[in-house]
Design a protein around this ligand. Sequence first.
Ligand SMILES: [Zn+2]
Length: 280
Amino acid sequence: MLDNEILIRLGCFVTLLALLIVLQAYWPRCQNPAQTGKKIKRWSANFVMVFTATLLVRIVLPLSATAFALWVTEHDLAAFGVTLWTIPAIILLDLLIYWQHRLSHEVPFLWRLHKMHHSDNWLDVSSALRFHPLEILLSMLLKFIAIWLFGISALAVMWFEVILNSTALFNHSNIRLPADRWLRLFIVTPDMHRVHHSVDVAETNSNYGFNIPWWDRWFGTYIAQPRVGHTQLNIGLDDYPQGETSWQQLLLMPFMKPRRKAALTPAATATTLRKVSADD
Ligand SMILES: [Zn+2]
């Protein structure tokens, strides 16, 4: 199975991407006439990001996370000398991604990289491809450390990557789902993740999970629905009202000042707001 890793990952990715593109075209959850005509520019910029990120990781890292896991376990190099079973390993990696995502909102340096993802002023399946290549590289390094620390098997790493890529495509897609209330007990649904892309900072700082929906409930970051409802929800960041759609602007975003206001992390802004209301 590991010999066919690239084929399995690419196969799942392309099939799901195609399926979600069709579903969101025929059963969209939200519609915004202001987005008409912007789709090609947005989509090409978002696709350039996923190609650049893949290329950067290939160039900088000598081996993939799966190959690294294979090397660690075969040479018995795990920090504590144990190999974690597949299911607990996947759960642990998911918890790690929850905290990485949460810290990306709370630590200014990490927010610089992550805000590009949030600057998309519309949400659809292509938004799942829009992460800064440096953020993807950082995330990969974090996975390498986890693999070494906990002796995570190559099989667990491969399945985690397949699951994470698939759920990211799923929960960024603009599709109307029946029984969302029940579905979100098992998986992070598009409605749940849409709250996280709201321009309202309190909502941006919620629903950090990608796979397991329970981390947010347990760690107190769960918001069930946006205040204004899904169809009226403004997506994106106040600082980037245009969504910065050219791929060059997206790549440069961590190193540039926003056109409006000071670049506070949403968490810092939320703290300021909380302070103001406490003073009242
Ligand atoms: Zn985020």
